[in-house]
Write a protein that binds this ligand. Structure first.
Ligand code: CA
Length: 219
């Protein structure tokens, strides 16, 4: 079981992270203040730390510096709204392994977590395929059969999420949080709009509407 410590004081982000990480099979614990984060960030308790910088009581950079001084070697991913070069450099200097700025896409954070944990699970395939649709994650190219399709970044992200869960029904809420991040109004119809865009490009039958539940990519 992989254990992840979330040092974050913003309740909305905490709940978004916990829900997503648990759905992916991780065990999570939350430290809402700097001192709590520092006390809990021990290699015998956790495999990875997701660290907000603006923590009450003790700044995230200081938490990181002190835990590294103490000898903790767990992977640390800084998650912050501060995107200045100085903060990024200081983070790496203090021993961070990666740096993700808010707002972020959950899929991207998950991918970075997997890299840091060097999951023994098979590596994520570079080409996702289902229902006659293929998506090359390196070249960012999509195709239906032999026909190449141009996608915008958001369409690509939505299709990637549907392909990763091909055959499963994904609710609008799940798609919103995976593709648009937590910073989105849950009442928004943006998912439906983008599904329409994708259908126009991929053909009407690739993405199925499951009434009252959400969408599913046909396999
Ligand atoms: Ca904060």
């Amino acid at each position: 079981m992989t254990r992840i410590l979330i040092a974050e004081d913003e309740a909305r982000i905490v709940s978004f992270l916990e829900k997503g990480l648990r759905a992916d099979g991780y065990t999570t614990m939350v430290a809402p203040t700097g001192p709590e984060a520092l006390a809990l960030a021990r290699d015998d308790l956790f495999d990875l730390l997701i660290l907000d910088l603006g923590l009450p009581g003790l700044d995230g950079q200081e938490v990181l510096a002190q835990m590294r001084r103490r000898g903790e070697r767990m992977a640390v991913i800084i998650l912050t709204a501060r995107d200045g070069v100085e903060d990024t450099v200081a983070g790496f200097d203090h021993g961070a392994d990666d740096y993700v700025t808010k707002p972020f896409r959950f899929e991207e954070l998950l991918a970075r977590i997997r890299v840091r944990l060097r999951d023994p699970q098979p590596a994520t395939p570079l080409v996702l395929e289902a229902g006659g649709v293929s998506l090359d994650l390196r070249s960012r190219r999509a195709a239906v059969g032999e026909r190449m399709i141009e996608l915008t970044a958001r369409e690509f992200a939505l299709l990637e999420t549907l392909l990763r869960h091909a055959g499963q029904v994904l609710s609008r809420e799940q798609l919103l949080s995976h593709v648009w991040g937590y910073d989105f109004d849950p009442g928004s119809n943006v998912v439906d709009v983008y599904v329409r865009y994708l259908r126009r490009k991929l053909g009407p039958d690739v993405i199925e509407t499951v009434r009252g539940m959400g969408y599913r990519l046909r396999t």
